[in-house]
Design a protein around this ligand. Sequence first.
Ligand SMILES: Cc1cc2nc3c(=O)[nH]c(=O)nc-3n(C[C@H](O)[C@H](O)[C@H](O)COP(=O)(O)O)c2cc1C
Length: 386
Amino acid sequence: MPVITNIEDLRQVARRKLPKAIFEYVDHGSYDQVSLAANRDDLKAIRFRQRVLINADNRQLATTMLGEKVAMPIAIAPTGLTGLLRGNGEMLAARAAEAAGIRFCLSTMSICSIEDVREATKAPFWFQLYVFRDRGFSESVIERAKAAGCSALFLTVDLPMRGQRHCDIKNGLEVPPRLTARNAFDIATKPAWALSVLMGKRKSFGNIDAYLNNKGGLWAAGRWGNDNFDASLSWEDVSWVRKLWPGKLVLKGVLDVEDAKHAADMGADAIVVSNHGGRQLDGAPSTIAALPRIADAAGHRIEVLFDGGIRSGQDVLKALALGARGCLIGRAYLYGLAAMGETGVAKAISLIGEELRVSMSLTGVRDVADVSRDILFDSVGDRRNI
Ligand SMILES: Cc1cc2nc3c(=O)[nH]c(=O)nc-3n(C[C@H](O)[C@H](O)[C@H](O)COP(=O)(O)O)c2cc1C
C-alpha cells in the first residue's frame, strides 16, 4: 500500500482496485463534464489571506450541522450503489463516520438498506429521499427512516430526470447492465473487489428491494428505480414531504437564489447548494460560484450546506468562508472506501480534518464558527467568475 498523503492518493488506489466501469461511475460527470470540472477549478482559484503571529493554538473544529453536534463541519454525502465499491460499503462508511464524530447520509439508491445501516451504527444518520412516481414508495421509506431514528431527511431536488454519463453507457453500466467481453475481463482481473462485493450482505438496491418484496434483485430493482424518476416533481411535492416528515428537512440540489428563498418559504430547515457533483445539468455553475449569493440571500433564514468538488480541508475552509455551515463529501469518501474499506473512509475524513486544522491556523482562525470572508485574499464579489 503506497503512502497516502491526500485524497488524490486514495483516488489512485481506488482506480487500481475497482473495475473500470465502477471507477468511472464514481469519478465522472454528465455529458461534457463542464460543471464537474468547474466545481474543482473554481475552488482551486480561490486564495486565502495568509495571516501571521495570531495565536491560533487549540483550534476548534467542532460545530453543529442541522442542530446536531459534529466533530468537524463535514458529513458523508448520499451516494448510490456504494455497496458495489466494497461489500457492505454503506455500513462501513457509516461506521467510519460514527468513529470520526460526523454524520453519514444514506442514499435511496444504496445497496445496504436503512435497516442494515441502523444495525451497523449506534449514531443517528441521515436519509436521502428520491420522490419516485410511485409515491407509495416515498411514504413507506419515510416511515422506515423514522423507525430507524434518522435525524434528518434530505430530499434531492436536482434529479427529476437522470443526466447522461457517457462512460456508463460505454462501459455497459446501464439499466439493464450489458456485460461486455471487456468488462468481464476487467472484473476477472479484480478478484479482491469481486470477492468483497460477493461477500457483502446485499447485492441489490436494499431500500427498493424491500419495497418490492425482494423480488427480482439488482436488475429488477434498478429498472424499477430508473423507470420511477419523476419529471413532474414540483414544490407541491416538497409540501407533501414536509407533512410526512416532522424532523429536519433538507432540500439537496439547490443552485439558484430564488429556489433557496422558496425552500425557506416552504419550511425546509436547510438546503444543500449542490449540482449533484457535476452529474446532472452540465453547464450549471460550479457550486462554489453559486454559494455566496445564496448564503447572502437566504443564509439568515435557512441553514446552508454545501457540496461539490471538496477534496481537502482547504476546500472546506473556502466553502465555510463563503457562507456554508458545513460540507458534504462525495467522491472523497468513495475513493477511500474503494481503496481501503472502512479504514479508507476514516483516512479520507482525517486527511480533510487535519488539512482544515492546519489551514485554520495559517489563516489565523481558532474556531470554525469564526470563519468568514475575511480569510479570503480578495472578496469573492470582486472576482470575475465567482
Ligand atoms: C457515485 C455517486 C453517486 C451519487 N448518488 C447520489 C444519490 O443517490 N443521491 C443524491 O442525492 N446524490 C448522489 N450523488 C451526489 C452526492 O450526494 C454529492 O452531491 C456529490 O458527490 C458532491 O460532489 P463531490 O463528489 O465532488 O464531493 C452521487 C455522487 C456520486 C459521485
